[in-house]
Write a protein that binds this ligand. Sequence first.
Ligand code: ADP
Length: 441
Amino acid sequence: MQEELIQNLREALKLSPQNIPLRLTLAEALLNNNLMQEAEAEYKIVLEAEPQNTQAKSGLAKIYFAQEKYSTAIVILEDLIELKPHDVSLLMLLSRSLLRNDEQSKAMDYYKQALQLNPALLDDELDQYLRKPATAPPGDMEELLESIEQEVRNMERPTVNFDDVGGMQKVKDEIKIKIIQPLLHPELYKAYGKKIGGGILLYGPPGCGKTHLARATAGQINASFISVGIHDVLDMWSGQSERKLHEIFELARRRTPCVLFFDEIDALGASRSDMRHSANKTLINQFLTEMDGLDSSNEGVLILGATNAPWHLDAAFRRPGRFDRIIFVQPPDVDGRNAILKILLKEKPVDAIDYTALAKQTPDFSGADLRAVIDIAIEEKLRESFEKGIPQPIRTKDLQAALKQIKPSTKEWFNTARNYALYANDSGLYDEILEYLKIKK
Ligand code: ADP
């Protein structure tokens, strides 16, 4: 399928050679398939047109690292990090390149910076220099379990439910039918000979409520909620990821009813060129076995997955009984934005707010973007309140001023998604994206 995608992207590029997102998608696909030289050529064409394109630069850095051209990778990465100082994966790549280039102390500086941003990171090679063996991944089971319990401390009983999720009616209905009803009425399903189980995969642009909805699903049925980032499983426990994954499922089975939520699920099938962030076959198989519940029953465990990049996920995940429902979580429409604004401003000091006007003025805003708008307005109000000595309510025009400072974030995602929907639309999997973009099939 990857070869076909590459072929299709090449054809499409012939027709629109100036289309940079398309060329970047091709370069990424080439990189994922270890076609380094061809990927390099495409990234270079992008950089000719846009010398500051960060995606192309980081693609090149990955290629040079893989080709062991560490000093070239370092030059590019140092340059990139000036532009994106908080990008953990760039910091790690730079740190690893420096280490391989015998620049240990600089490597450690960047590793420390990365660790500050994400304390859960772990890199065996770098650790040999930096960390004491005591903090290396624990060897025995007891320690492992302890750390899992600790790490899954974000296990919770959510207090939010579907009422706290604006819009998304279709998605809520689908979750109700597919996983909530079977959980509440298993005997009915069994009587009709309908198999229970399987999970739902939510995909779409970041910030549009996938995590929020998963948490609300747990709240809706008063279940516990366990949230797991696949990158954490990969990063923290290199070598022990399979055991850890098994323990996480076991934890969920002990706490039923439970919503087990996997974020960044695409990392399980992610780019092969970025070895540290890609799962090996055993981990993928472990995940599938756990999902199938062959050894232990998953009754009472609702499995939800989320991803911004469903195209990286192996088709094996979509087989019946696994993520056999794939739902597109799109940016909120005007009514959705209206509802989200009301939810986010609930119980805040507001004047009569013109929600209809605000919803109209925020096309392409995600739920997270709307939250950012409100945060800005609130900060401004706090400042005013301190100056005047009396609390100032939030007004429509405060929010209107704030929204000018936020750029809607969902458009960029569609640049990439459009290409997959057009050129790798395996049995209509991404038809909803085309529909959303009003592209005729
Ligand atoms: P995703 O998982 O899709 O990246 P999140 O669920 O983390 O997005 O959304 C980020 C934040 O934006 C949420 O914590 C929530 O406050 C807000 N948000 C997003 N969508 C909605 C929605 N439909 N209703 C209410 N709040 C939302």
